[in-house]
Design a protein around this ligand. Structure first.
Ligand SMILES: Cc1cc2nc3c(=O)[nH]c(=O)nc-3n(C[C@H](O)[C@H](O)[C@H](O)COP(=O)(O)OP(=O)(O)OC[C@H]3O[C@@H](n4cnc5c(N)ncnc54)[C@H](O)[C@@H]3O)c2cc1C
Length: 303
């Protein structure tokens, strides 16, 4: 009920108001703003993965501009000495309009990152994109096995089978690097588990599978129960500290983040920036009802 109410309300709120609450989750609108946030995170001991905001473009001409924006970002970030890699959303390059053009644009970005011995993570979007994003990953991994990774969503019923099918790509020379998250998009029960407990149970099953098969996981969660579950698995499978990392979103649970770093684990923060922040920010706000209450209160009291 609350989520439906929030989902209905957010698009109608004044953009400036949504920005006021969203700025905790977004580095800013420019490369310089992103670099400043990344420098601060690096100084705290966190690595970064930078994402330029934007998704589900309607006009393929936008794809080329988005590619150029990533190429400029990578040059700037490498010149600034940031300790971090990059995340891309394929629908920002026309995945659902022209799959081949999307492949070419993302390949250009991977070539650029590989030139710096760096890495591009392909984010996973909604269930209509999953097959296409896995295909994209297969093609890029065949050419750049050390420079590209993918994301899996534990809430999808298909995820365990997808992981099993991809394991065959792995050899000692071509390791797999997958981020595991719960999944953020609204999916129907036939496609995705719906309850917190079911999703968490599948998350830990998928993670255990990744450890057993030697896949390098990015353990992306702010859920303390999953962090503890992951730490148990790491101990049980005796996973060396250079064979996994934790990942969190910028602005979410900074104390848990600092504790993980203090305990000696690698932690990477997802740092989004750019002008197209509204879709990303509203998804974050929907995850955090306390903030939405504050927004509604501030409207009611005119603050
Ligand atoms: C690095 C990273 C990359 C991601 N990439 C993708 C992707 O490619 N595709 C995809 O579908 N999803 C992605 N996600 C989002 C993910 O799927 C979840 O929606 C999100 O992380 C919330 O799940 P959780 O595991 O943190 O658990 P939850 O149970 O949702 O949250 C656990 C706790 O974290 C805190 N918390 C969570 N969100 C917020 C918030 N917005 N504000 C304040 N506190 C909060 C709360 O204390 C909450 O109780 C990514 C997440 C991370 C961390």
């Amino acid at each position: 009920m609350l989520n439906r109410f929030i989902a209905a309300t957010l698009p109608h709120l004044p953009e400036r108001l949504v920005w006021f609450f969203s700025r905790n989750y977004i580095a800013g609108e420019t490369i310089d703003a992103a670099m400043a946030v990344c420098r601060t995170l690096n100084a705290e001991g966190a690595k970064t993965t930078i994402d330029i905001l934007g998704e589900f473009i309607q006009d393929i001409r936008a794809a080329e501009k988005n590619r150029d924006a990533y190429l400029a970002l990578i040059d700037a970030s490498q010149a600034s000495g940031i300790d971090g890699n990059y995340s891309v959303k394929p629908t920002m390059f026309g995945l659902l309009i022209d799959t081949e053009a999307c492949y070419r644009h993302i390949r250009d970005i991977v070539v650029k990152a590989a030139g710096y011995a760096n890495f591009i993570r392909i984010d996973m979007e909604d269930s209509a994109c999953v097959d296409l994003e896995i295909d994209l990953f297969r093609r890029l991994h065949a050419e750049f096995p050390h420079h590209v990774g993918l994301v899996f969503q534990a809430y999808l019923r298909r995820t365990h089978d997808d992981l099993k099918a991809l394991v065959e790509l792995q050899t000692p020379q071509t390791p797999l690097n997958f981020r595991l998250c719960k999944g953020i998009y609204a999916e129907p029960p036939r496609v995705a588990f719906q309850s917190h407990d079911e999703i968490n149970a599948h998350y830990l099953e998928d993670l255990a599978f990744m450890f057993q098969r030697g896949i390098y996981p990015g353990i992306a969660t702010h859920d303390k129960a999953l962090v503890d579950g992951a730490l148990d698995l790491i101990a049980r499978h005796r996973v060396p500290s250079n064979r996994y990392e934790f990942q969190m979103l910028y602005g979410v649970t900074p104390e848990l983040r600092r504790r993980i770093i203090a305990d000696g684990h690698t932690l990477r923060v997802y740092v989004p920036y750019g002008r197209h922040w509204f879709g990303y920010a509203t998804r974050r706000l929907k995850e955090n009802p306390k903030l939405v209450n504050s927004i509604i209160k501030s409207i009611l009291i005119g603050g």
